[in-house]
Every structure is written in structure tokens, then in C-alpha cells.
Design a protein around this ligand. Sequence first.
Ligand code: ADP
Length: 780
Amino acid sequence: MSVDQPAFSNIQEHQRLLAALRESEILRELAELLTSSLDLDHILQVLVKRTTEVCQIERCTVWLLDDARDILRPATYHLTPQQLNNHIIMAADHIWYHSSLPFADPVVQRLFNGNGMLYLEDLTTEPSLQSIGETFLVRSILLFALVREYRPVGMLTLDKPGKIRTFSTEQIQLARAIGQQAAMAIDNARLLHDARQAANLATERANTLDAIFHAMTEGISVIDLEGHILMRNNAAASFLGKDRFIKDQIKEVLNLHPTYTIQGQLITEDEFPVTRALRGERIRGERFVTTRADGNERILEINIAPLFDASEKQTGIVSAFRDVTEQIRIEQRIRQALDTLLHVAEAVSGITEIKEILQSVLERALVTLNCERGVVQLYDEEQDCFTPLFSIGFSLETEKQWFSDQRTWLYTLSDHNHGFQEQLLAGHATLINADQCSHQPNPFEYLMILAAPILHNNRLHGIISLDRSVYPRYDQMLQPAEQRKVPQNEFTLWDIAVTEGIAQMAGLAVEQALWQQEAINARANEAAMREANALKDEFLAITAHEFRTPLTVILAQSQLVTRILRRISDQALEAGITKLPQVIDNLSVIEDQTHQLTNIVSTFLEVSRLNRGELTLNFEEVDLSILAQQVVLRYSTISKEHSIGFIIESNERPYIVIGDRARLQQIISNLIENAIKYSPPGGPVKICLGREAIHEGRATIEVCVEDNGIGVPKDAQARLFERFYRAPNIEQSNTRGIGLGLYIVAQLLKLQNGSIRVESSGIPGEGSRFIFTLPALEKV
Ligand code: ADP
């Protein structure tokens, strides 16, 4: 036994030694396997497979940490062959690959914050892992943290699907050692993968930049500090007619392609922008002229930027040039067009004669467009036709011929030419050439007319036509056939646009001239009217004055005769004179009419005094409520047919104004008289007094005279307070009047700082409200 004892312990020792050797052999072999590859998938597959084998476990899984999202993702797993026919696992395979575990999960945290190993005997008790456990059939599980230099890389798990399982110390040690190896291998593979991706990206970027470099329409050259051209893109190469790989010196390029300033002076090598940039000068948007390889002269614009290496040391320059020939040509033409428009504007400003304006415009247009003949026609809106105004560049006979030949396309009713009409009316210049006028019996060798509408604010004033046609007939008249010119250039889009602009300008000038004309006419009319009014006033004053004395005499005489006749009427009757009462009646008619005439004359006199400013008012404090009541009372007794009501809004505050008592009485009386006059018998008349608080604390007193009469039509209301104006509403009413009452009322109110307005629907029977206002004496 004593012999056996050591022998037994020797055997155990021996076995442990063998196991350790095997373990280290396994690990060495695994380490070799893992490090022999940098392919992550391969590493993972080897890892799980070998772990199941050497740890003698049924299943091994690996999860990898997705850094960006802080999540552990299932990467791969391996089952022992006995487990492979486990259908539930096979079915859950897809779900497992799509389930992830937050790094912040308490179980994961326990694993990574502890000693890197965690044994969970029963996963059904772990709430966060329960569902993964159920789908993937996990009960007992042994977890290892995969960590490389304190950085978590992932997680390794061992379990027996669906079973409670314990793990031996050897198994744990072995798995931990494998985990350490695996973490290193996985991390290396990942780093390599990232590096490869970065390299691929860099290559792709370089290729993209290269493609952009060569696709650019700008010519680009990279030049070193000695002036050698190191690189040029396709655009630069084709401009210079060189292969893009040929490296040459700036000097050589300049010899082959001498450069000039825009003004035509030769640029020396020393002054050339590239040379100056090499000396450290900043070059931005400089322009010069040079020739392309094909001999074409072009204007280039050049920009140069310094080039630095990784250590910020300048290694050269990048020069980019752009062909701006077309742009400059366009700029010049725009400038020329603007100049023309400006000249047109200048030329026509101050001219009021329309023909003169258009003549000046046409002359300008012909010069700008390098054209010899032009025509202006005016448009008559009412007749819807065009009439020739004048032409330039034609002889008398050819002009006549032109107008008759060109009539067809201008006629609105001509079916064929609606296109022109519409274009012109829409404000567009239009081209008339042989193609468009093919239906016409063509007397022209070459027809080319550019017509532009003289239009402003949708009002067509006429047409400007520029003519580059060749007319054998006309030209024969003008010059010998051999000298006849055939136009070289047709009208370009540019010409069309410029002509359109010029014609628009002409439209504006014509419109302004018309306004000016209208303003002059209006001023002349106004002066004439003012003069006529002054004459009328004078006539009024004289007549009224001259009428007053005879009227007073007539009145006095007829009153005297009436009195005498009345006295002798009884004796006359006795004497058989029966006609006397009739004579007395006639006399009273004369008296009545003379009274009315006297009233009219005094109204005339009053108006003429008002107009001359000769009316003086006696200002005093007047209580309008008392005054209005007195007037109402008077008219209530005189005018029995009308009920005249009086309403006062509130008695609390006085209705005192500063004014002329007699004139205020006259105003109210006049309005009440009109209300009675322009409403049917029995129609009620109402006078209302009210106070209105207005701005700055000043109150206004409002007096409103209201009736239910014929009303005032809306369009007549604005003229109601003019002299001699009687609205059309009186036509049926058979009332007498001269249209001066309201004028006087308005003028008298104005003299007392008041105003008057009328409100009426204009519907007969709905009546009108005449409201006058005066400032109250007392503040609110
Ligand atoms: P006249 O009464 O002598 O015509 P007015 O100057 O007093 O002159 O009035 C001018 C015109 O205003 C009147 O002709 C009439 O058309 C209209 N008008 C004045 N007052 C009223 C009223 N109360 N209702 C309807 N129309 C009126």
C-alpha cells in the first residue's frame, strides 16, 4: 500500500502533467491557427469549433462588440455533431443572429466588471436574457469576456443546449486561455480590416479626384518651385496641344503660346502670372489673351494657389485657368445694349413730340444693330390697324412700296399671320422672314425683318421694324446690281432681345409724352374753367346788384297798387267794375314772384360775396340745442303738412359752439327746407343733436337733418355741395331751385370750422341724412 500510495500520487501527478502538456499543446496549436489568418470569419469559425472540441462542451458561441452602437452582436456558434440534429436550435438560428445584447445590460456589465468570467446556472432566472435563452435553448451558461488591452472585444459562451450544466476547473481555465488568444486574434483582424477599408476608401477618393481633375473644363497645371509643369489635366493639355504627361517648363509654354494683355501688350515671362505666383504673389482672376494649340485666340482667366506638403512646406503651385472669351463677349454686348438703352432714354427724355421720340429711337436702334433701313408704324386701337409714321433709309418710292408689301403680315384679320400679331401684342419682338411668309407671293430675294412692339402697360402704340431684306426691285432702284449687298448676318437672338428692349423703352417714352400732353391739356382746361368761373361770378354779382333796386321798386309799387285797389274795391263794385278782385289776385302773384326773385338775387349776392371773401361773420357763443329748437318751432308752425321732430341725444352737456348765430340759423333752416321740399307731403322730418368725442380731447357737435324723401343717388353725393349742382333725383319731384343752397351751407360751415356730409342709400322713399359738425366750445 505504502508502495502504492506514492505510485498512485505519481500517476495523478503524471496525469495532471499530461493534461497540462496537452492543454499547452492545444493552446499553442490554437494560437498558431488563430494568428495564421487575418480573416475574421475564419478566425471565429476556428475558435468556436476548436473550443467545443478541446473544452468538450456541446456548444460554443461568440458575440462581438459593435463599438459604434455599444451593442454585442452574435457572430457565430458551433455545436458538437450530436447536437446538430437539434431542430429547435436550427430553427432559432436565424433569430439568434438577429438578437443583440446592449453592452449596458446588467449581466454583460457583471461579466466585464468582474473577473472576466461569469457562470449562470439557470438563464430562466435572468430577466434580460430570458427570451434569448428560451429561443436558443440555453439553461446553464459560462460566459467569458473577450478583452484586448483593457478594450472589450466581445464575449465567448459555453453551454449545453437546453440543459443544466456544470463546468470543471480545467474546462474553465482552458476556455479562459482560449478567450485571451481569441481576443487578440479578433482585434488584430478587425484592425487590419479597418485599415484595409481606409486604404480602399483612400484609393477610391484618389480615383474620384483624378476623374474630377481630368473632367474639369478649367485647365489645371501643377508646377514645382523651379517652374516645371509636373502635371496637367486634360483641359490644359488639349488647350496647349500637349500630352498631359509631357513635363516642360513655363518658359517653353510661353514661347509657344505668347500671352498679351486685354489691351494687346505682350506679357513677358517675368510679368506672367505663374512666374509672379512662384515669387509668392497672390494671383486671383487675372485675364490675358493667348492662342490655343489650334491657333484660336482666347481670353483666359487665371487663379493660382500655393501647394504644400504634409509638413506645411510649399512644394509648388496649382494654376487653374478658364476660357472666358464668350463671357467677355457677352459682357461687352450687354454693356453695349445697356449703353444703347441709356442713350435712347437720354435721347427721348425731354422730347414731348411722339414722332420725334420714335425717330430718335429708330436711329439708335439702326446704329446698334448695324442695320440700314427701318420703319415705324403707329397702332390705332379703335380701328385696329397700323399706319405708317416714317421710315429711315428708303427713298420715297421704295418706302411706299415697302409699306404696301408689308401690310399683309400686320393685318389682324389676316388668318396666316396671327402668330405675329399675338407675339407682338404679348410684347415680344418677332422675326419675319421668307419661311414664315411662304404663303405670300414673294417679291423678295431675301426677306429679313425684325419687328418689335412699342408697348407699355399692355397698351400697344406701334411697331418698330428693322429691315435687312434684299429687295431686287428696290435695290435696282437704289444701286447697280453688281453692287447689291447680300446681308451676311441674320438677326441673332441677341439682336431680337436688344430690339425688344429698345422698343419697350420707346413705349415708355411715348406713354410719358402722352401723359405730359394730357397734363398740359388738363392744366389748360383748368385755367380756362377758372377764368370762366371768375367771369360767371362777376356776371352774377353785377346782375344781382342791378336787379336788386328794380325788384325792390316793383315790389313796393305792386304792394302800393294792391293796397289802393283794395281800398277802392267796394266803390268799384258799386260802380259796376267787376274785374278788380281779379286784378288784385294777379297783383299778389306778381308780388309773390317778385319775392322769390328777390330771394334768388340775394342768394346770388351772398354767393358772390362768399367767393370774393367779403362775407363777415359775427362770432359768439351759440347754444345749438336752443337755436335748433327755435328753428324747428318756426317750421312746425309754417309747414303744417310735415311733422318736424326734434331729438337731443343727451341733455347732460351743453351744445355750445363758437359761430355766427344768424348764419347757423340759416344753415339749419336751409336743411329743413330741403327736407320738406324733397319729401312727399306728410313725410316726417327729424333733427337730431349729438356729441362725438374725437381725438385730442376735442368734442364735436353733430346736427343731423333726416327725411324720408326721394334720397340722393350715390354717384351724385360727391357733387351735392358744388355750385349750381342739382342731382338727377329732382327730375320727377317738380321742385324749384337753383342749386346754391347746399353750396352756401357748406361754405358757411367751413368759415366756422365745420363740415357737412350726406348719407343716403339713393333709394327713393328711404330719404337722406344731412349731417353737419362743428367743434364744441367745451373740452370733453
Ligand atoms: P336746390 O334745392 O335749390 O336745388 P340745394 O343746393 O339746396 O339746391 O340742393 C342741391 C341738390 O341737392 C338738390 O337739387 C337736390 O338734388 C339735392 N338735395 C338737397 N337736399 C335734399 C334732400 N333732403 N333730399 C334729396 N335731395 C336733396
